[in-house]
Design a protein around this ligand. Structure first.
Ligand SMILES: [Cu+2]
Length: 300
């Protein structure tokens, strides 16, 4: 009897495993998101500077940040050297009789003109970048991004009915290859080389749609739509986070983007329409990190 139950149990396990494999491969078809696994742009421990730019916008932000940083380094270095010089040359011991000079036309002209030139060479590229960031005209497609406590919802305006939620994988359910606190159940899938517009809003409180490697950072504000855009240059997996303190599980709403070539994106749409739309905006998904226990803990 025991042996029979054992066999039955094994058979059931095999059936479940086979079902999972079939689901994962969607009836033997190649995974349309495979191209995104070839390059993973995720934060590293002790990382300095910005992540590697995945879009022209982030490349320009990175360039401007370093450009201003070097100008600042020059100013701070010059003022530092000047101060050390003054401390040594004009201190009480070295310079017993101070000068009573109050005006020097040349110095006054120089300290007005030089900072003006510095501000002018900073404001030029800054304004040009602000205009570039603001130009979300003529996108290939638009995705409405809605922040919720505590998950993201993606609505593809150009694909009827494609509206799904994206939850962080809880630590105890991570699979090999997934990244703790960054991987999600249903990533945002986008084609590479195309301009993608984001309409960003919120269903409850303030959230922040922040994609550091793509140069996107906008608040998600209930009752209003902020727009941004991106153009991903290379197939890969890109990550972001909600960066507006939005409640107890604020840290549990990462953004995972799978950027794939256009043909793969179109293939994925078919898979997503078949599998995602019936699960669209589930009221209580299993992978949802539940705040209930934490509230109970806090009120003990
Ligand atoms: Cu949030």
């Amino acid at each position: 009897m025991k042996r029979r139950i054992g066999w039955l149990f094994c058979a059931a396990l095999l059936l479940v495993a086979a079902g999972h494999v079939a689901l994962a491969q969607t009836a033997g078809a190649p995974d349309p998101l495979a191209a995104a696994d070839t390059y993973v742009n995720a934060p590293k421990p002790w990382q300095m500077w910005f992540p590697k730019a995945g879009s022209p916008m982030q490349a320009q932000i990175d360039w401007l940040m370093k450009y201003v940083l070097w100008i600042m380094a020059g100013v701070v270095g010059f003022v530092g050297v000047l101060m050390v010089y003054v401390f040594i040359k004009f201190n009480h011991k070295a310079n017993k009789v101070p000068s009573h000079l109050t005006h020097n036309t040349l110095i006054e002209v120089v300290w007005l003109v030089v900072p003006t030139i510095l501000l002018a060479i900073i404001i030029g590229p800054s304004l040009s970048l602000i205009w570039y960031e603001g130009d979300d005209s003529n996108p290939y497609m638009t995705v409405t991004v809605t922040g919720h406590q505590w998950y993201w919802e993606y609505n593809y305006q150009s694909v009827a009915g494609l509206d799904y939620t994206s939850y962080m994988i809880p630590d105890d359910q991570l699979q090999p290859g997934q990244i703790r606190r960054l991987s999600v159940d249903h990533p945002l899938v986008l084609p590479v080389g195309e301009k993608i517009k984001f309409d960003i809003t919120s269903g409850d409180v303030l959230h922040g749609f922040y994609l550091p490697s793509l140069g996107v950072q906008k608040y998600a504000i209930p009752g209003s739509i902020q727009t941004s855009w991106t153009l991903i240059t290379k197939p890969g997996t890109y990550y972001g986070e909600c960066n507006q303190i939005c409640g107890i599980n604020h840290d549990a709403m990462p953004i995972e983007i799978k950027a794939v070539p256009m043909a793969d994106y179109l293939a994925w749409i078919k898979v997503a329409q078949a599998n995602y739309t019936e699960n669209a905006v589930p009221p209580d998904p299993i992978s949802s990190p539940r705040p209930v226990d934490q509230f109970a803990e806090a009120s003990k």
